[in-house]
Design a protein around this ligand. Sequence first.
Ligand SMILES: [Zn+2]
Length: 153
Amino acid sequence: MYHRNICNLDESYCERCNTTTQTLEHIFCTCPIAGSIWDCIGVAVSEDHYKRPWLLEAEAQLPRQVALDVFLVILWQIWKARNALIFDHRNSTSRDVLRCVVADLGAWSCRYKTLESSLLRWQEFLLHRPSPPLYPLPWYGRMNLYWIMSINT
Ligand SMILES: [Zn+2]
């Protein structure tokens, strides 16, 4: 936003990180919540990927016919989580974002007709991934962390 002269520098920091300028690359690739989601599904994203998500198809370990759609849903849910934090002050975790992706795939699967089983394979894959590192920590996680830190000092 700052680079496009839409807002000033003070308003351009990531709502989650507070120290990093909010760029598309940061939102979709390097922000910890996005990074943990991509790590969880075993996809190495780079700047090219959010600009050209079809390049992610090469990273897909599951049916490639629907991989682009799955990656677009992931990008969409990352964007929605960012907006929910900014406009509704609702802080989603990486697990919350993945749950929304799984729900979206389920809701849209009937639209895929012959490719429905391919989309459902992706849904199953995402459902059974080890949970991504919980980012950001929920408030009680932070409390425990502070409590542990205060004990060790
Ligand atoms: Zn961030």
